[in-house]
Design a protein around this ligand. Sequence first.
Ligand SMILES: [Zn+2]
Length: 209
Amino acid sequence: MAGAFAIGLAKQAETVALYAQALPNLLHMKVKPAKNVYSRGGTSIDEVVLHGTESRRSQVESADYIASANDAGTSIHYWIGRDFGILYAMVPEEKAAGHAGNPDKVPGVEDHNYRSIGIEMYQLDVAMFKGDTSKLDFTDWQYDSVAMLVYDICHRLKISRDMVVGHGQINSVQRADPKNFDWDRFNRKVDDVSRMMAIRFGPDYAVNS
Ligand SMILES: [Zn+2]
């Protein structure tokens, strides 16, 4: 029996290693703990919210700010920089982050903080380009990383793909981010990752499209 147990463990370890290798961008993830962390109050997670940071500061300053004890109460679960290798986990998934709430009680805006996992992608504010939204983009690193991360979250937490939304979709009153994000490209990449994972590990590893 001990032998069977050890083989079981080895197989499990092998699957974990292969799973990680199949999502290579996630191997770059570093923990950068955020100060603004909240209880979910028993609310279960059923949504992933994508953001663009709309920063007027550098990538480093932007990441430092959202991880800080800022007065706005802002924080995020995951933060993806523009440059290869920059990917932070800031708030544990079992806790809520301050990224999609309604602190000013604006009519028509719902607080999505307790039900969601938030992902920020660093992007300059459109004001830095004199309001020309067409100048805004995201890098290959950001598209690949956000697709792998969303695949992993949807797979682990059994979140439906149609519950992966942009901040602007759930708060159209105040927000329009992630601006100029190519949703088709993103969804194709998640589909590709899902297909590849299902081939490697079995049909349970597919996430619906
Ligand atoms: Zn946002």
